[in-house]
Design a protein around this ligand. Structure first.
Ligand code: CA
Length: 139
């Protein structure tokens, strides 16, 4: 009985807090969408925000890095801003060396190896990467 009364008393407060959280979440989503729209979306951003694009394109080939651009064959890979990749710890060991490094170091570790990426293929033939070797891509 007492608990029911307390719950009723707190209900408006809880409701207000939930509304605040919804607004913050919506703002956060909007910011991420704006960033990804201007810089190229990445796997973790998309997977966190959901829903994910259903028509992912998978490409397997030799991972290369030339003139500041990562590619597989002739497909340019959009992986996010290089400066951010260099300061962000990777949550996944993409290159499989057993060490979690910065995202940039993980990607450098893939250069010259055969890798599989999945992502959104753009009309210009470039790919916004969402997965690398089945790991969500994040930076
Ligand atoms: Ca590694």
């Amino acid at each position: 009985m007492e608990l029911a009364i307390r719950t009723r008393q707190w209900r408006p407060t809880i409701k207000k807090e939930l509304e605040k959280m919804k607004k913050l979440s919506a703002i956060g989503t909007l910011i991420v969408l704006l960033i990804t729209g201007s810089m190229g979306a990445t796997a973790a951003q998309i997977s966190v925000q959901q829903p994910v694009c259903n028509n992912l394109t998978e490409i397997t080939g030799v991972f290369t890095y030339t003139l500041g651009t990562f590619s597989i064959d002739s497909v340019t890979l959009h992986l996010g801003p290089r400066w951010l990749m260099k300061i962000t710890q990777s949550p996944y060991d993409y290159d499989g060396d057993g060490i979690l490094e910065t995202v940039f170091a993980e990607l450098q570790g893939l250069v010259g190896t055969t890798a599989t990426v999945k992502g959104h293929l753009h009309e210009d033939g470039s790919l916004s990467v969402f997965f690398i070797n089945d790991f969500p891509y994040s930076w």
